[in-house]
Design a protein around this ligand. Structure first.
Ligand code: ZN
Length: 300
């Protein structure tokens, strides 16, 4: 079986570790859900698409305890604490999207940021290009990492988003994290944490169209449940501000997400990913991209 991502692996989840079947979309509460296909047979776990907000989610979520165990073992094999093989290249993509941000003391929130290496890289670029005099980074992650301040970069770590409820940030990063969280309210919560003039970045997998295509050729691509619980493409991200009736944000830019792997460590996978993403530059309807990224700006 081919995996949808090079980083998570799927695992069978037993009945006792599963919550009840969702009757509503966890992002917009709509009951108008369309069944797609199974990601696990027994007990059955099905992908469903919300006809209103276009989010695709599994219809049953694993319990918190199972997810905690899953991620603890996950980080023990992924020692860097981030799910990207080329952190510098990826930080540059985000920095490029937020290039117009400028503030004396820049506040960055990295949700699910692992060891914080992406946020730290972005902070370095901001200091280097004189976009800020100092940067304060807050990392929200299940797992704690030993964190040290670096020069004019102060790094703090908290374990839940609730602990930063009162704060507002100039840049909020949610890179490859929303798909791991059962509760769909994380998107709304993250938008709320953005300060006036600030930017929020989301990157999520969008693999369902690719899985469907390969099914035609009897090739199974693993959705990597319970690592991934949602699949969010352009339809979802383009419309979510309207669905939530949020008027003080606008879309800055969006595109197919950058390729996660690199040619050095996995040539065929990387080549295939570039090949699949390429047409999205020219055709708006094309959706075999594997993932989306989007920048929203708070306008007042
Ligand atoms: Zn929905």
């Amino acid at each position: 079986m081919i995996k949808a991502t090079g980083f998570n692996s799927s695992m069978h989840v037993d009945e006792q570790d599963l919550l009840e079947t969702n009757k509503n979309c966890v992002f917009c509460c709509s009951k108008d859900l369309k069944k797609l296909f199974n990601v696990q047979k027994k007990p059955a776990i099905m992908l469903v698409k919300c006809k209103r907000c276009k989010a695709v989610s599994v219809d049953r979520f694993p319990k918190d305890g199972l997810l905690k165990d899953y991620y603890e073992s996950y980080y023990s094999v992924n020692k860097t604490g981030v799910t990207f093989s080329d952190i510098e290249r990826f930080s540059a993509v985000i920095f490029d999207g937020v290039r117009n941000l400028s503030k004396k003391r820049m506040k960055i929130l990295d949700f699910g940021g692992g060891s914080g290496s992406i946020a730290i890289n972005i902070a370095r670029s901001m200091l280097k290009e004189k976009k800020a005099n100092s940067v304060e980074i807050t990392i929200v992650d299940y797992n704690s990492f030993s964190i040290e301040d670096i020069g004019n970069i102060e790094v703090n770590w908290v374990d839940t988003l609730e602990k930063v409820n009162e704060k507002r940030f100039d840049l909020v990063i949610a890179s490859a994290i929303v798909e791991h969280i059962p509760r769909g309210d994380s998107v709304r919560k993250l938008l709320r944490l953005v300060d006036k003039g600030g930017i929020v970045y989301f990157r999520t997998p969008f693999v369902v169209p690719i899985i469907r295509l390969f099914k035609l050729f009897k090739i199974n691509i693993d959705f990597t449940f319970p690592g991934h619980l949602h699949d969010l493409g352009k339809d979802f991200w383009e419309n979510i501000l309207d669905i939530y009736q949020i008027e003080n944000f606008k879309i800055l830019s969006y595109s197919a997400s950058p390729v996660e792997s690199n040619f050095k460590t996995s040539f065929i996978r990387t080549f295939a990913a570039h090949l699949f993403k390429f047409p999205s530059r020219f055709f708006n309807f094309y959706d075999l991209v594997g993932g989306w990224q989007i920048f929203f700006k708070k306008i007042d």
